[in-house]
Design a protein around this ligand. Structure first.
Ligand SMILES: *Cc1c(COP(=O)(O)O)cnc(C)c1O
Length: 359
C-alpha cells in the first residue's frame, strides 16, 4: 500500500494496517509466476507453457486473472475489475481469507450463530478459534455483542445477509456499526442478495477498506454446478487473495459458461421474480397445515418452517423422495426445517406429501 492509498482510506474504518493484520508468511510470499504472467501483448506462437499444440478447445491454460469475466461482472455490479476476486465457489475466498489473515492456533474469527456452516468448517481446517455470538430472538445481530466478542487476535468477522438458515436480511444499521467498530476484516456473505433487492453493501465498498462482500453464481444465477463465487473488496485485499490462490483456480469451461449467463441477465431476473412469487405462495400453503407453528419471513429462496415433529416429518418426506434440510437441532431453530423454494410442480409435491404425512 502506498501513502496515497493510506490517505484515501476512510477515517470511518478503524482497520488495522493490512501489513499488521496479514500473516507474516503471506506478507512475505513471492507468488508462483506462470508462463503467461511474463508475457503481455499479442503473440501467435505459444511455446512457453508445455501445452499440447493440437486444438481440443481446451488445450491452453485458462486466463489466471479471468479478465473478461471480471470486466463483465464489474459492469453489472457497478464496481471496478480490481475490486473482484473469483473463486471455486464462495468456499474458496472464505478459506483464503482465513489463510491470509489468521495464524493457526493463535488468531480467531467472530461469527454470528446460527449461520452458514462453512465459516466454522473452514476455520476448523485452518486451526482458527471461532467465537460464536448468538442472534437475538428475532434473528437480528446486535453490533455491540459481536464487537464485545472480539479481541486483538480477532482478524475476521463473518456476517451473512440474508442469513442462512434464518432467511432474514440483517439490519443495515447494525451491519454498518460492526464495520465501523471492528478493526479487522468484516466479511458480509450476500449469497442470497438477489432475493433481497436494495440491501447489498457493494455501494459501500469504497467507503470501507475493511469490508469484503461475498456473492455467488450458485443460487439466483442457477449455476451451482460450475462452482463460481465472487469476493468484492478493496484492490489491496483482492491482490492478497489473488496472490495466494491456485494460479488457474477458475477453469476455462466455467469462465465460458458464466459469460453466457452474464450476457443474459434478464433470464436470472425472471427466475428471481418467479421464485419470490412461489416463495410467498408456498409460505401461505405451509401456514394452512395444522402442525406448522411458524413460517419465518424470508428474504431468500428458502423458508425456515417451525413445526411439530420436524425430525419425523423430515424422515418421512425423505423416504418419499422429497428432501428438505433438517435444522431442528440448530441453535434458535429448534423444531425447524429449511425448505428451498422449488419449481411450482416441486412445491406442489412438497405440500401434497406434507398433507399426507403418516408415521
Ligand atoms: C449457498 C451459500 C453460499 C454459496 O456457496 P458456493 O460455494 O458459492 O456455492 C455461500 N454462502 C451461503 C450463506 C450460502 O448459503
Amino acid at each position: 500500500m502506498n501513502d496515497n492509498n493510506n490517505n484515501a482510506v476512510s477515517k470511518k474504518s478503524p482497520l488495522r494496517d493490512l501489513g499488521v493484520l496479514l500473516r507474516k508468511n503471506i506478507a512475505n510470499l513471492k507468488p508462483y509466476s506462470s508462463a503467461r504472467d511474463e508475457f503481455s501483448g499479442s503473440a501467435s506462437v505459444f511455446l512457453d507453457a508445455n501445452e499440447n499444440p493440437y486444438d481440443t478447445g481446451y488445450n491452453r491454460y485458462p486466463d489466471p486473472y479471468q479478465q473478461d469475466v471480471k470486466k463483465r461482472i464489474a459492469e453489472i455490479k457497478g464496481v471496478q475489475p480490481n475490486q473482484i476476486f473469483l473463486g471455486n465457489g464462495s468456499d474458496e475466498p472464505i478459506d483464503l481469507l482465513y489463510r491470509a489473515f489468521c495464524n493457526p492456533g493463535i488468531d480467531n474469527s467472530v461469527i454470528m450463530d446460527p449461520s452458514y456452516g462453512m465459516y466454522t468448517v473452514s476455520a476448523d481446517i485452518n486451526d482458527i478459534e471461532i467465537r460464536k455470538v448468538l442472534l437475538n430472538d428475532d434473528y437480528q445481530i446486535e453490533a455491540s455483542k459481536l464487537l464485545a466478542a472480539a479481541d486483538d487476535k480477532s482478524k475476521l468477522l463473518f456476517l451473512c445477509s440474508p442469513n442462512n438458515p434464518t432467511a432474514n436480511s440483517l439490519d443495515r444499521g447494525e451491519i454498518i456499526k460492526v464495520i465501523e467498530g471492528f478493526d479487522g476484516i468484516v466479511v458480509v456473505d450476500e449469497a442470497y442478495i438477489d432475493f433481497a433487492p436494495g440491501t447489498t453493501l457493494l455501494a459501500d465498498l469504497d467507503k470501507y477498506p475493511n469490508l469484503v462482500v461475498l456473492q455467488t453464481f450458485s443460487k439466483a444465477w442457477g449455476l451451482a454446478g460450475i462452482r463460481l463465487g465472487m469476493a468484492f473488496a478493496s484492490p489491496e485485499i483482492i491482490r492478497i487473495l489473488s496472490k495466494i490462490k491456485y494460479p488457474y483456480n477458475i477453469n476455462q469451461l466455467t469462465q465460458q459458461r458464466v459469460m453466457q449467463s452474464l450476457l443474459n441477465v434478464e433470464e436470472k431476473e425472471v427466475w428471481v421474480k418467479t421464485i419470490i412469487a412461489e416463495r410467498e405462495k408456498l409460505a401461505e400453503e405451509l401456514k394452512k397445515l395444522s402442525f406448522v407453528q411458524k413460517v419465518y419471513p424470508s428474504n431468500a429462496n428458502f423458508l425456515l418452517v417451525k413445526m411439530e415433529g420436524a425430525r419425523e416429518k423430515f424422515e418421512y418426506m425423505m423416504n418419499k423422495g422429497v428432501i428438505v434440510r433438517d435444522r431442528s437441532k440448530v441453535a434458535l431453530c429448534e423444531g425447524c426445517l429449511r425448505i428451498t423454494v422449488g419449481s411450482p410442480e416441486e412445491n406442489r409435491e412438497l405440500i401434497e406429501r406434507l398433507k399426507n404425512v403418516q408415521y
